[in-house]
Write a protein that binds this ligand. Structure first.
Ligand code: ZN
Length: 189
């Protein structure tokens, strides 16, 4: 579910839903009748990090986004920039959002997130240093891995897979309801 373009980025004519023949057969997409431009609407890659603080006893840093209404603590995420590898991108995001410096970056897996037309590439990032949050993040908490609760969506499954890899059976919270009520976060320190 992403914003739909109304005008052609090549010639500024109005886009319309037009059926065209593609490798997979006839397909209706936003296209430009004037110049032939097609808006493919491919999913956007999003990077995510399970941040392990190696200088804080291996506790995990989870953060609450300032734009969220509930008290949900989740992974550090961000978009890739042109001209960087995914590993460089997630190290950059962790630095920008928490000030922590990545020492090691290892792939956890790739996760589906069709609701936002994204694909999530999740990494285990071992990091250290002073913590200073960007304005995007309202607060953070440090969790012992066994105390971190997962959530039933893209990045939550990445955290669950990482916990399983450490021999910890993940526990899931209920997804926050629209009225703002959330499950109680795990105990933190
Ligand atoms: Zn056009």
């Amino acid at each position: 579910m992403t914003a739909e373009y109304r005008y052609c980025p090549q010639c500024a004519a109005a886009l319309a839903w037009i059926e065209g023949m593609e490798d997979g057969g006839a397909k209706s997409r936003l296209r430009c009748a004037a110049c032939g431009f097609t808006h493919w609407n491919n999913p956007t890659p999003v990077l995510a990090a399970v941040v392990e603080c190696t200088d804080r006893g291996g506790r995990l840093l989870l953060a609450r986004n300032a734009a969220w209404s509930g008290r949900m603590f989740a992974l550090i995420t961000g978009f890739m920039e042109a001209g960087e590898t995914p590993e460089e991108g997630i190290a950059r995001e962790v630095k920008e959002e928490t000030s922590l410096v990545a020492e090691a970056v290892k792939l956890i897996g790739v996760y589906d997130f069709q609701r936002l037309n994204q694909v999530i590439i999740a990494y285990h990032v071992q990091a250290r240093g002073e913590i200073s949050l960007s304005p995007e993040l309202a607060e953070y908490r440090l969790f012992e891995p066994g105390d971190a609760l997962c959530w039933p969506a893209g990045t939550g499954y990445a955290l669950a897979d990482w916990l399983r890899g450490r021999g910890i059976e993940p526990r899931f919270i209920d997804w926050p309801r629209r009225d703002g009520a959330t499950a109680t976060p795990a105990t933190s320190s």
